[in-house]
Design a protein around this ligand. Structure first.
Ligand SMILES: Cc1cc2nc3c(=O)[nH]c(=O)nc-3n(C[C@H](O)[C@H](O)[C@H](O)COP(=O)(O)OP(=O)(O)OC[C@H]3O[C@@H](n4cnc5c(N)ncnc54)[C@H](O)[C@@H]3O)c2cc1C
Length: 390
């Protein structure tokens, strides 16, 4: 495996870093960081990122992208997160919804949706989970019934992030009860401002709040079906490897590891070193594991650029990176405890509260391990039937 960057990628990294540290973008990032709100409206930052071509980096130019590689896109994500760009609108809108539309959408959908996302003029979210329906989406109960020229959707979605800021949601609904439970699922682009869409905040212990989205006789047109009526399960199974590279988790681990290491003197110069020895062992262990999480994520990016990304690689990366991010958040908070430097208090507090959700969102650790073991038992070349898409 070669994890080195090409000259072009290194140059691109320098350019992205410079963009993030200058002008109105740097000022807007500073404003977000200093505003004191746990979940500020970050859409302004996204518009500035879009002006610099940093959203949809690896999307075709015809759809508002920059036509670059997955490696360039990953470089941009690394630099954006390191500069403090809140990433949920990016992960849900660009990486999940945008990539799924690229993969399975019609030409009309790609031209309608993608340029607006890449320009930071529209924002998208994911409407999959329902009360009592998470890991096993085949049990979902939201119904989409055919009506003149389209569908009427009724149901309740929960645990959706950023729904108060999004313009449309990618919604999984049942269009038929015939056949097995994996048949009859369909994906729709739902206008979040349409009559019948009710968004309510659900409090959580993390900074980012969940939402409950009620869909009451919401009308969508036939042109809002993504990937074919009844094909939802197959489309989601194909799209998952694109979204689970573990990158966002590896970058969290990196940020929190750096915070955890703050204040460690160079070896031999720290008068309290003897007492700190247990911490030093953790520094080495978490440093190695955090680097490994990043390498697993980069392995997925390399495979994506060669068109060889598979669910074994992505499930491994997602499982390892999310478990490591959660572990390092707890370690960093415990290491500093009540003596944390003032500028780290908010970061460590927020990381500690975010940690439990990391191994649930985007597919739980248990489901990732199930997928990995299925692949390993079947032999790496044979993909097992996955029973989970949440
Ligand atoms: C931070 C965060 C952001 C999220 N954002 C969104 C979003 O934007 N949109 C959206 O639709 N949803 C979102 N979700 C919901 C997420 O997709 C679900 O939490 C996830 O799919 C798990 O579903 P669940 O919470 O119902 O847990 P369950 O599926 O009920 O699982 C509960 C526990 O049982 C385990 N388990 C379940 N089935 C099995 C099995 N077969 N074998 C072994 N163990 C099993 C799970 O691993 C887990 O530990 C988000 C969740 C989090 C935490």
């Amino acid at each position: 495996m070669d994890f080195g960057h090409t000259e072009d990628e290194s140059g691109f990294r320098d350019r992205v870093r410079a963009e993030l540290q200058s002008g109105d973008l740097a000022a807007e990032l500073a404003r977000l960081r200093d505003c004191g709100e746990p979940e500020p409206d970050e859409r302004g930052v996204y518009r500035l990122l879009a002006e610099r071509g940093l959203l949809g980096v690896d999307w075709p130019r015809a759809y508002g992208g920059q036509g670059r590689t997955a490696a360039h896109a990953a470089v941009a994500v690394e630099e954006m997160m390191r500069a403090g760009v809140p990433d949920t609108l990016f992960v849900n809108g660009i990486q999940t919804v945008g990539k799924l539309v690229l993969l399975a959408g019609t030409e009309e959908q790609k031209r309608r949706v993608l340029p607006r996302l890449a320009a930071g003029r529209s924002f998208a979210g994911v409407l999959y989970t329902e009360p009592g329906v998470g890991s096993d989406l085949s049990a979902l109960t939201t119904r989409a019934v055919a009506v003149d020229g389209g569908y009427r959707i009724d149901g309740v979605k929960v645990f959706n992030l950023k729904s108060g800021l999004t313009d449309f949601g990618l919604c999984a609904a049942r269009t038929s009860t015939e056949g097995s439970r994996y048949e009859g699922l369909t994906l729709f682009l739902v206008d979040m401002h349409a009559p019948g869409v009710l968004v309510e905040r659900l409090d959580t212990m993390a900074d980012e709040q969940f939402h409950r989205v009620e869909l009451n006789a919401v009308r969508v047109s036939e042109t809002d079906v993504v990937g074919g009526v009844g094909d939802g399960w197959a489309v989601l199974a194909e799209a998952l490897p694109l979204e689970r590279t573990g990158f966002d988790f590896a970058l969290r681990a990196e940020r929190w590891y750096e915070a955890g290491c703050r204040g460690l003197g160079p070896a031999g110069e720290d008068p309290g070193q003897e007492a700190a020895t247990p911490w030093l062992a953790d520094v080495g262990r978490h440093g190695a594991a955090t680097a490994a999480a990043r390498l697993l994520a980069w392995r997925c990016i390399g495979s994506a650029d060669r068109g060889q990304l598979d669910e074994l690689q992505t499930s491994t990366a997602k499982w390892y990176a999310s478990e490591q991010a959660a572990a390092v958040a707890r370690w960093a908070a415990a290491r500093h405890g009540l003596d944390a430097p003032p500028d780290l208090v908010a970061l460590l507090d927020s990381a500690y509260r975010e940690a439990p959700g990391l191994t649930l969102s985007g597919g739980t650790s248990e489901m990732m391990l199930q997928t990995i073991s299925g692949f390993l038992l079947a032999g790496e070349s044979a993909a097992p039937a996955s029973g989970e898409v949440g």
